[in-house]
Design a protein around this ligand. Sequence first.
Ligand SMILES: Cc1cc2nc3c(=O)[nH]c(=O)nc-3n(C[C@H](O)[C@H](O)[C@H](O)COP(=O)(O)OP(=O)(O)OC[C@H]3O[C@@H](n4cnc5c(N)ncnc54)[C@H](O)[C@@H]3O)c2cc1C
Length: 624
Amino acid sequence: MNFKYDVIVVGAGHAGCEAAAAAANMGSKTLLITMDMNKIAQMSCNPAVGGIAKGQIVREIDALGGQMGIVTDTTAIQFRMLNKSKGPAMWSPRAQSDRAKFILKWRKIAENTDNLFIWQDAVTSLVIENKNVTGVKTELGVVFSAKSVILTNGTFLNGLIHVGKTQLKGGRVSEPASFGITEQLIEFGFTTDRMKTGTPVRIDGRSVDFEKMEEQKGDDDFHKFSYLDFKPRTLQQLSCWICHTNEEVHDTLRDGLADSPLYNGQIKSIGPRYCPSIETKIITFEDKISHQLFLEPEGENTQEYYLNGFSSSLPLHIQIEALQKVPAFRNIHIYRPGYAIEYDFFDPTQLKHTMETKLIKNLFFAGQINGTTGYEEAAGQGLIAGINAHINVHGGDEFILRRDEAYIGVLIDDLVTKGVDEPYRMFTSRAEYRILLRQDDADMRLTEKAYNIGLAKKERIVLLNEKKEEINRIIEFAADYSLKPEYINDTLASFGTSPLKQKIKLKDVITRPQITIENIAEHIPAFKSELDQIPNRREEIIEAAEIAIKYDGYIKREKLIADKISRLENIRIKGKFDYENISSLSIEARQKLSKIDPETIAQASRIPGVSPNDISILLVLLGR
Ligand SMILES: Cc1cc2nc3c(=O)[nH]c(=O)nc-3n(C[C@H](O)[C@H](O)[C@H](O)COP(=O)(O)OP(=O)(O)OC[C@H]3O[C@@H](n4cnc5c(N)ncnc54)[C@H](O)[C@@H]3O)c2cc1C
C-alpha cells in the first residue's frame, strides 16, 4: 500500500469531501483520511441543503465541477425555491435530503473517483519541516506523506458535547473528538479559539399527532441544484410539518434554565446568532408567546424527524416535558435529545484567499475550523482548498474567486479579510453584487473558469454553450421583433397591463411585471415557434432569458460598479508597506494592516477599522 500522496485531506465532512474530490479530479493522488467511513458527509444538524444564500453557494459548487449539487438532487425528498416572491437575486434553492442516502451517495462518489483513496483513522498530528507540511501521523501510528495537507476537522477539534450538566468529549453525538492537532498548531504560532453550535431532538414520527400540525409541501417544478441535465428527485417526495411552542412550553423551559449549559457558565464560547437555541429565543424574545417549529423528515424509509427551531442543550427531562406541552407532541418519543457542542476553530485571517495558511506552507484549512457554520459554507471552502492544493503541487495560477464572481468569493474574502467573532453564515446581504450572483447563472460565471483548470468536465461546457446560444437566440428575437398596438393590445389588456401607443420591441413588453416569455408567446406564434426549437432544459433556458431581459438595466449597472472596484482589486500592495511606520495612518489601521497584510488596495479597504482616509493615504504613497 502507498503511503505517499500529492494531497492528504483530513476529515470527510462537507469541506473534506469536496476538497478531496476536486484535487483528485484535477489529477492529484489524494488520500482522504476520516474517522468513520460510514459517516462520510454526515449532516450533523438538519437534513437539508441550501436555503437563503446557501442555495446559491451550492449552485456555484456545481458550476465549478463540485459534487454537493448532484448529491443533493439525487437524495432530495423535498425541494423548494425560497423567496420566489422577491427578485431573482433573492431566489434560493433548498432541499430536504434523505440523510442516510446522502452519505451513501457521497461514499459512492468518493470510492469511484480516480486518484482518490480513503483511509479510516484519526489524524493526531502533522509532519512539519521548515514551516512546510509534509505529512500526517495517525492514531493507528501510521505516517502518510504528502506535498499538501488540507485540514477539515469540523466540530471535532477538542469537541465537547453538553446536555444539561452532562458533558461528553465528542465531535458529534456518538463520535469521538479529535485531539492533538490544535495544540501542535498553537506551538507554530496559530491563533485559535472556541465556538459553539447546537442541534435539536430527533423524534419518532409514530409518536407525533400530525393532525395538529400544518403540512408544508415542496415545489414540483424543474428547479434543481445541478446544471447537469438529469431528472432530479426520484425519491418519494415528503412534506415538512409546522407547529408552534406556547407559554406552557416556555414556562417549562424557563424552569430548566438554571441547569442550562448556556446560562450556568458551563459553555463560554460563542454560538451562531442566526441559529439560536430555543432557550436563547425565549430569553431574547421574552414577550413572544410562541415560536414556529418545523418537523423535517430525515428520509424516505425512516420514522425519524428533525425538529427545526428547537435546538437545545437543556437537561433531557426538560426538553421532553417542554415538548409534551406542544399539542402535536403530547405522546412524544425521542430517539435522542438536543445538545450543544463546543469546538476549536482557527482565526481565518491566518489564511490566504487560496485557503493556504500564511504560517505553514502547503497547509490548508477549510470548513467549520475556519469559524463558519453550515454544510454549504464548508463545501465551498473545501472546493477552493482542494483546487489550490492541487495547484500548489502541480503548478498553475492561484484559483481565487472575486466578490463579483461568486458567493464563495464573498465568503472567503470576508473570512481572510475581516475574520469572525461568531460562527459565520452566508446571507444575500453580505454580497454587494448579489444581482450578479444569482442562482440561475452560476454556470455562466464559473464553469468555463473551472473547465480551464481541468476540474469541470467537457459535458458541462457543452451544456453551457448550448444554453448560452439558446438564451442569446431568444433575447435577439425579442430585441428584433416589433409589436404593433393593434396586434397585441387586447392581449396586454387581458394580462392587466397598459396598451401600447406605438410599435415597440417584444423585449420591452417582456420587461413588464405582468408579462412572462411563456404567457406572451402563447399570443405570438413566431415567438412560440422560436421557443419550441429549444432542444432541452426548456424551462431553465426560458427562465434565464427572462431574467436577463427583465433585469438587464440592473445587471449592467451592477457590472459597471463591479468593474470599477475590480480595478482596485488589481492594485497589489502585499509586502509594499511597513504599515507600523506610516504615521499618517490611524493606529487601528496600522495594527490591522500589519496583522492581515492585505494582497490588494481593495482588500485593504474591506478590513474593519481601515478608513477611506487610510486608503487614500496608501494610494498617494503608491503615487496614484
Ligand atoms: C451539533 C451540531 C449542530 C450544528 N448545527 C448547525 C446549524 O444549526 N446550522 C448550521 O449551519 N450548521 C450547523 N452545524 C454545523 C455543520 O454541521 C457544519 O457546518 C458542517 O458540517 C461543517 O462541515 P465540515 O466539513 O467543516 O465539518 P464536519 O461536517 O464536522 O466534518 C468533519 C469530518 O472530519 C472528521 N475528522 C475530524 N477530525 C479528524 C481527525 N483528526 N482525523 C480524521 N478525521 C477527522 C470527522 O469524522 C468528520 O467526518 C452543526 C454541527 C453540529 C455538530
